[in-house]
Ligand binder design. Structure first.
Ligand code: FMN
Length: 184
């Protein structure tokens, strides 16, 4: 069965990004596929220490003993990884960026590690649009990462909303989340 892992970078379980993840999850499950959301904010994940041990011959894994261990396993088991994040200070949140930096341990042969996987991005921001919010930087980072890791890029669903629930003012946003689920 196809497995989708949603890495949630918002600390707000009732927030705008969580709502997008919920819509995508419902749609994925309606198609008899699995979807799991992991709230990174609830985990203890240290930033990459650049020790380089993971890239040493014969190693292939991170030696930092923290909650990223369970994320590594979930990523290996997943066919699709959805990055879900608000825009914080013109980019993805620290919660999700910290986990992404730890992907270093999947290298140096990233394309082999991520072979056959799909990536998508769900993102919300408080300012008027993708340009002024800084969401454009997050989209550029996501696209560069997807290309570098050699995954299939399912694209980005982004929407405006500041307080929780405000994203629902965008009438087509639920349909866009469902459309991303269709691509999985
Ligand atoms: C620390 C912080 C930084 C933020 N920085 C930005 C920003 O740079 N651009 C923007 O448009 N919105 C910014 N916002 C607004 C959030 O992106 C917006 O409230 C978003 O909907 C939150 O998503 P959530 O409800 O899923 O937590 C910021 C919010 C916080 C708390």
């Amino acid at each position: 069965m196809m497995k989708t892992l949603i890495l949630m970078g918002s600390p707000r379980p009732m927030g705008n990004t969580a709502k997008m993840a919920e819509w995508l999850t419902e749609s994925v499950k309606e198609r008899d596929m699995e979807a799991e959301t992991v709230y990174l904010n609830a985990l203890s994940i240290k930033p990459c220490q650049a020790c380089g041990v993971c890239h040493m011959p014969g190693m292939g894994e991170c030696i930092v003993d923290d909650d990223m261990k369970e994320i590594y396993e979930k990523i290996k088991e997943s066919d699709c990884i959805i990055f879900a994040s608000p825009v914080y200070f013109f980019n993805l949140t620290a919660q999700i960026k910290t986990a992404i930096d730890r992907f270093y341990a999947f290298g140096p042969d990233y394309k082999k590690s991520f072979h056959g996987k799909k990536f998508g991005l769900l993102m919300s921001y408080g300012d008027d649009n993708l340009e002024v919010s800084g969401g454009k930087n997050a989209v550029a980072s996501f696209n560069d990462m997807a290309a570098y890791l050699g995954v299939e890029n399912l694209g980005v669903v982004h929407c405006q909303g500041y307080e929780p629930g405000e994203l629902e003012r965008n009438k087509d946003i639920k349909a866009k989340c469902e459309a991303m689920a269709m691509k999985i």
